[in-house]
Write a protein that binds this ligand. Structure first.
Ligand code: RIB
Length: 296
């Protein structure tokens, strides 16, 4: 990456408490698992780390608690080169996510904690940061009114934002309409839109639906995924969004940006935890070249 696009991420930071097991316990059942690990996570922090590793100049706006998890989450971001001076500290516990990984696929329960103390007036105070960005990445693990304030601020500053509507919830039309891109997966798209095919027509070149192994669709386009076997898919969507944002901020056309983002996500799912496997730009380019020469 020759230039460093300026990306601001507005979103969550969580400590991920991850259990890997051979199956999911049924209600009332106790099973023995294979491993337990804690990883830094949160959709916002994951997108920030992914973008920084790919070469962007990243600032994060968010909120952690005044607890050891908060210290650790901030420290990890700093080590990754993410600017953390706009992350506040609320008088509560940091966000946590309880994650169960089975056969590489995850189920996640998030306890928002400090992430839900990120309020619209805090975004207003950070207007300058938003104005100085080339692209803003937003997700839905912070209060909806804060998402709306961030969207309004981007709109007023004429800065495009990518909305990754995860975890999905019905959204006011303006938030969708103001977004430069909105990137649900298939189940999130079904929550946001009554008819996904119609929505693709209504929001051409804005609605980008990620379909896992089937790649990505948008109105008039399909971009194939890179077939790889997953160790842990936690953070794949975050890596995709960060890579997409980086490429679009660098002026790449949507199809090219999606292909690069698919490659980044394919590399990311080869490791345990959301952030460990996030690739550098050089790794993504080498992987894409190798797949071009040897697609299988
Ligand atoms: O997208 C993955 C992330 O979702 C995890 O890191 C977890 O914290 C939840 O926010």
């Amino acid at each position: 990456m020759s230039q460093q696009p300026k990306i601001t991420v507005i979103g969550s930071l969580n400590m991920d408490l991850t259990v890997t097991s051979a199956k999911r316990p049924a209600a009332g059942e106790t099973i023995l698992g294979e491993r337990f690990e804690t990883f830094p996570g949160g959709k916002g922090a994951n997108q920030a780390v992914a973008a920084a590793r790919l070469g962007a100049d990243v600032t994060m706006i968010g909120m952690v608690g005044q607890d050891p998890f908060g210290d650790e989450l901030m420290q990890v971001l700093r080590q990754e080169g993410v600017k953390t001076e706009h992350i506040g500290r609320a008088d509560t516990s940091s966000g946590v996510a309880v994650i169960q990984v089975v056969d590489g696929d995850n189920s996640i329960t998030v306890i928002p904690g400090a992430n839900f103390k990120l309020m619209p007036d805090y975004i207003e105070e950070k207007r300058d940061v938003i104005q100085n960005s080339e692209i803003v990445l937003i997700q839905l693990e912070i209060p909806l009114e804060t998402v709306a304030a961030a969207a309004k601020c981007c709109e007023e500053a004429n800065v495009p934002y990518i909305l990754n509507p995860a975890p999905a919830q019905p959204l006011p039309y303006e938030i969708i309409n103001q977004a430069a891109y909105i990137t649900p997966n298939e189940s999130e798209a079904a929550i946001l839109f009554e008819d996904t095919d119609k929505a693709l027509q209504e929001f051409p070149d804005k609605l980008v639906i990620t379909k896992g192994e089937e790649g990505v669709v948008y109105s008039g386009g399909h971009v194939a995924a890179f077939p790889v076997s997953a160790v842990d898919t936690t953070g794949a969507g975050d890596t995709f969004n960060a890579a997409l944002g980086l490429m679009l901020a660098s002026g790449s056309p949507l199809a090219e940006a999606c292909s690069y983002a698919n490659a980044a996500a394919a590399l990311q799912i080869g490791s345990h935890g959301a952030q460990a496997g996030m690739p550098t730009d050089a790794e993504v380019i080498a992987f894409m070249r190798q797949k071009e020469e040897n697609p299988l």
